[in-house]
Design a protein around this ligand. Structure first.
Ligand SMILES: [Zn+2]
Length: 346
């Protein structure tokens, strides 16, 4: 088969699209004929190399994909040959204390397809059957591939961890990114008053289309002072910050008393200073969130399949142009998901 792959970590030029041995499904796996894949910032971090992650080379990147089941292992009952499916990347053991409580993304051996093991940006992929979600006939492949990682991440972060309620106010930083656009749509769906930041007016317009009620251009204005003005000094109930050190201190400033700061990542680095006085005086909760449980994945994807949520697409490229796809993410060009299609499917 043809696969996007790299044999060493590095810049974009390590990426190749070429021959790779056909995968064979293990006894609890299914073989998927990939119709479309989508990129996440994780693909860039994985290509550059993550501390503590030792990959089997060559590595196939990619955590999001959708396609048709063409073969199944002997123990598989969840899917059949011919089923239309989307891949959810989080692999859990099903047996540890956290899995037994249904907390799959807390699994002791939790790992991601594409980050820790070979991914799905290839003509075929063998993945655990538990990681497949059925896709209705009327949902196109691009939508099915673009939704799983970002929508499950935003869903758990807002609906489970921050437990947002109708009428609450929420600030979402970086609203034009993959998780950002999903978070804006989900917060709007939950009945929250949504504040969103982005770096250009075009991206802000896009955030408004996704459901933001108020937008702030953080490249032109200090968003913390802007938020103070917009909320008459009160602040918001919830801040979504996956930016990290660049925004962390300002995020705690933007919170109302009793507010929650929720994070699912740190794109500008892992270490930030926290003003502890502000944490105890305002009685702030700091909440971490990673991916989602399999039940949460089913819940949010059913709302994508019925059109309630829509993953916005930035660009669709052939897999042979995966290097360009990585460039679009690294250079933060435009907004929405970058999708790659096997050249043989175009
Ligand atoms: Zn487990």
């Amino acid at each position: 088969m043809q696969a996007v792959q790299f044999t060493e970590h590095g810049d974009r030029d390590v990426i190749e699209y070429g021959d790779f041995p056909d995968p064979e499904p293990g006894k609890d796996e299914a073989l998927v004929d990939v119709k479309a894949g989508a990129l996440n910032h994780l693909d860039v971090f994985t290509r550059r190399g993550l501390p503590g992650v030792d990959l089997e080379m060559p590595h196939i990147p990619g955590s999001d994909a959708a396609g048709v089941v063409t073969d199944i292992g002997e123990d598989v009952t969840r899917v059949e040959v011919g089923d239309r499916v989307a891949v959810t990347a989080g692999v859990s053991c099903g047996e540890c204390e956290f899995c037994r409580h249904g907390e799959h993304s807390l699994c002791e051996s939790y790992h991601l397809i594409g980050e820790h093991v070979r991914g799905v940006h290839a003509e075929q992929a063998a993945v655990p059957a538990a990681n497949l979600v059925h896709v209705p006939d009327d949902v196109d492949w691009v939508t099915a591939a673009a939704a799983p990682l970002t929508f499950q991440t935003a869903w758990r972060m807002l609906m489970t961890r921050a437990d947002i309620e109708a009428g609450e106010s929420i600030l979402i930083l970086g609203a034009s990114g993959g998780v950002g656009q999903a978070a804006v749509q989900i917060a709007d769906y939950a009945g929250a008053e949504v504040y969103a930041t982005a770096s250009t007016d075009e991206k802000l317009e896009y955030a408004e289309e996704c459901g933001a009620d108020h937008t702030i251009n953080y490249a032109e204005n200090d968003f913390a002072s802007e938020m103070r003005e917009l909320t008459d000094g009160r602040g918001v109930d919830v801040v979504v910050d996956y930016v990290g050190p660049e925004t962390w201190d300002d995020s705690t400033k933007c919170l109302a008393k009793g507010g929650r700061l929720v994070t699912c990542g740190a794109t500008t680095g892992p270490k930030a200073e926290t003003n502890i006085n502000r944490v105890f005086w305002k009685q702030i909760d700091i909440l971490g969130s990673t991916m989602a449980t399999l039940g949460e994945v089913d819940d949010v994807l059913s709302l994508v399949w019925d059109g309630t949520f829509e993953p916005r697409i930035r660009e669709t490229l052939p897999m042979s142009e995966a290097t360009r796809a990585h460039e679009m993410l690294e250079e933060r060009e435009g907004f929405g998901k970058v999708v790659v299609i096997p050249d043989s499917e175009r």
